[in-house]
Design a protein around this ligand. Structure first.
Ligand code: GRF
Length: 191
């Protein structure tokens, strides 16, 4: 396999991004080359800098109304895009530039608890509210609709009646950190 170069997109904490960076640190054929964020205050930017990963902050006009980000990705030799807590919808031009090469993680068992506005604690609050006995993570390819591409992997955990949304979030995050890096590796090496 030729060298794969990953760009990670984040909007916030970036704890998944850090696990991914760690996972691929010494990998022979896959490298995290760039971390991008729409949010200059995203803590994930600091995490990336600690690993000497190049970072870039961009605005909505650059992202949605031009090919600027695509040019940046091409110049950096990016082959695969990983979304890790990135809150903006991916525009059509980016999807067409990287067909079947964009992956996302959602903190619930899609198609339940997905779609516009379903992110962060809102997801876990909705799971609690619905009285679900299980929840988990969904890793999927990305298309032009929120949380809608082909599902590559789902992992489940139990929800106890006594669990608070915060406790549910902690269980789900543990699954994310455990599985997202390895599913990304399998997705890249088998593509
Ligand atoms: C995760 O729950 C992920 O599933 C969702 O956004 C969250 C990002 O968390 N898409 P972090 O920024 O990686 O800590």
């Amino acid at each position: 396999m030729s060298l794969a170069r990953i760009a990670i997109f984040i909007s916030g904490s970036g704890s998944n991004a850090e696990k991914i960076i760690e996972h691929f640190q010494n990998h022979e054929s896959i490298k995290v080359a760039l971390l991008l964020s729409n949010n200059a205050g995203a803590y994930g930017l600091q995490r990336a800098a600690r690993y000497n990963i190049a970072t870039l902050v961009f605005n909505k006009v650059q992202f949605r109304e031009s090919d600027e980000i695509i040019s940046v990705l091409r110049a950096a030799g990016i082959t695969h895009i990983v979304l890790a807590g990135f809150l903006w919808l991916i525009p059509q031009n980016l999807i067409e530039a990287f067909p079947n090469r964009i992956i996302n993680i959602h903190p619930a068992l899609l198609p339940k608890f997905g779609g516009k506005g379903m992110y962060g604690m809102r997801v876990h609050e909705a799971v609690k509210q619905a009285g679900e006995s299980e929840t988990g993570i969904t890793i999927h390819e990305v298309n032009a609709r929120y949380d809608d591409g082909e599902i590559l992997s789902q992992q489940k955990c139990r929800v106890e009646k006594s669990d608070s949304p915060e406790q549910i979030a902690a269980k789900v995050q543990q699954l994310e950190h455990q599985y997202y890096p390895q599913v990304i590796e399998k997705w890249i090496t088998s593509s």
